[in-house]
Design a protein around this ligand. Structure first.
Ligand code: NAD
Length: 486
């Protein structure tokens, strides 16, 4: 049985309160390990270690030295690729085909990209006139912010955690990570890689546990933390932002979404079907910028619905290494209950169930898993809860529209503003529509196409701030202006 411990000051330690919780395989419901829940004292030790490490060799290293170490971290994950893959798939149940192409390689890339990027960012300089005619120079320098708390979710565990840890370390900070209680293994395993790569003790720490009254709250409320970067639900983001207000600590919030796709009659239908299929169902619908609302121009509505449903019917659900498997379970039985409650609600709210709508028939050995069918609805009113609340499962509602203005109004009729997908072969329309949607990322004729140098984040209730490229550098550093009088 796998035992996941905490990683503090370069070594693994047990829960000082002796508290353990279960790690469950979502494919089967079987117990696969136990996790040491960090007590307040453990979180305190991790923050103290991270503070001390700022003053140690890490704090004295040049950018180039830190970058070289982070490349070794990337090499270290690559060298243990199969171990990371097995751990990620055991925790999440997701197919190997997904984790081996997205989760693990993107985790590696997050270290490489930011190790290189940090060497190339400029600061600013302004020359100014002064009354004595001699003038002055202003030169800005960037410094690490200090101890960064990283609180991450379960849907893309290694990828979303390293997306924050990579740039934070590249900028010279130290981190204390609180991975999701559902998926603690790859983050904890990364501690070994950090040691092997020569990352000094205390620079990377992991505390396991839950949110309220547990490691998540202990960490985000800790006065020794200088800034908090969070990915997860909007309501959790609000709680953490309140905690961060004490001491005026900076926050980066990457939160929920209820993302629209707009499919115009002038789209390339094959591309639109393939893209919408992925955006609604990839990772069993557990992607923050996944599509849960699809708006299709009326002349192609019937054909689009029929073709998407036919494709959804081809998904093969099963174990991560099963032949041809391309959809796993949801993360947990608890999340399965939540998603199924929306499947039931959709019917109560008057939906036509075009495809799915329940629990699939699975072999006996998988009966205890968190399986749900990929599901498509039509016919719901615009104010239905199913059309307005984030479900975070493999499901979408499809509604026809008649004009571009109507489509835009529908797309923007949401409290969220994370992402949108627009399917059209008309470039002018693509630009007009994408800029008119109030969201952080709009994809035209694509989805989940990510260049790590670009801004990533959400508008409205989908978040605060941007990460990616220079925006990560902005968040993970404190800019100081030095004014020099001549
Ligand atoms: P969650 O908010 O339940 O948990 C996220 C993390 O916060 C976990 O580590 C959890 O233990 C911790 N946490 C919970 N309560 C806390 C508290 N009071 N104090 C401190 N920490 C606390 O989210 P989840 O269910 O793990 O993830 C799914 C959500 O994440 C969805 O809403 C999804 O849209 C969102 N998400 C957003 C992005 C993005 O980039 N915008 C990416 C992925 C997922």
């Amino acid at each position: 049985m796998n035992e996941v411990r905490n990683f503090i000051n370069g070594s693994y330690s047990d829960s000082s309160a002796g508290k353990l919780f279960d790690n469950i395989n979502p494919c089967t419901g079987a117990l696969i390990g136990t996790v040491h829940e960090a007590a307040r004292e453990d979180v305190d030790a991790a923050v103290q270690a991270a503070r001390a490490a700022l003053k140690g060799p890490w704090g004295r290293m040049s950018e180039a030295e830190r970058a070289a170490i982070l490349h070794r971290v990337a090499d270290g994950i690559d060298a243990r690729f199969d171990e990371f893959l097995a751990a990620e798939c055991a925790d999440t149940g997701k197919p190997h085909s997904i984790a081996s192409h997205i989760d693990i390689p993107r985790g590696v890339a997050n270290f490489r990209v930011f190790a290189d990027a940090v060497k190339n960012f400029a600061t600013e300089a302004f020359q100014m006139a002064t009354p004595d005619g001699k003038g002055a120079f202003n030169i800005a320098v960037r410094k690490p912010k200090g101890v960064i708390a990283v609180v991450s979710p379960w849907n893309l565990p290694l990828l979303l955690m390293t997306w924050k840890v990579g740039p934070a370390l590249a900028c010279g900070n130290t981190v204390v990570v609180k991975p999701s209680e559902e998926t603690p293994t790859t983050t904890t395993l990364l501690g070994e890689v950090m040691n092997e790569a020569g990352v000094p003790p205390g620079v990377f720490n992991v505390v396991n546990g839950f949110g309220p009254d547990s490691a998540g709250a202990f960490l985000t409320e800790h006065p020794g933390v200088d800034a908090i970067t969070f990915t997860g639900e909007t309501r959790t983001g609000e709680v953490i932002t309140r905690a961060a207000a004490k001491g005026l600590r900076d926050v980066s919030m990457e939160c929920g979404g209820k993302n629209p796709a707009l499919v115009f009659a002038d789209c390339d239908m094959d591309k639109a079907i393939e893209g919408t299929l992925r955006s609604a169902f990839a990772n069993c619908g557990q992607v923050c910028f996944g599509t849960e609302r699809v708006y299709v121009e009326r002349p192609i509505f019937d054909e689009f619905v029929a073709r998407l449903a036919a494709e959804a019917g081809k998904y093969k659900l099963g174990l991560p290494d099963g032949e041809g498997v391309n959809m796993g379970p949801l993360i947990s039985r608890e999340h399965q209950q939540k998603v199924l409650s929306y499947y039931k609600l959709a019917v109560e709210e008057g939906a036509t169930v075009v495809h799915g709508g329940g629990i699939p028939e699975m072999p006996e050995e998988l009966a205890g898993g968190a399986w749900v069918e990929p599901t498509i609805w039509t016919g719901l009113a615009d104010d239905a809860r199913v059309v307005n609340e984030e479900i975070f499962g493999p499901c979408c509602h499809i509604r026809p529209f008649d004009t571009e203005d109507e489509a835009l109004a529908l797309a923007n009729d949401t409290d969220y503003g994370l992402a949108a997908a627009i399917w059209t072969e008309n470039t002018s329309r693509a630009l007009r529509v994408s800029t008119a949607i109030n969201c952080g990322i709009a994809w035209v004729n694509s989805w989940f196409l990510r260049d790590l140098r670009t801004a990533f984040g959400g508008a409205k209730e989908s978040g605060i701030g941007r990460e990616g490229g220079e925006h990560s550098m902005e968040f993970y550093t404190e800019m100081q202006n030095i004014c020099i009088k001549i």
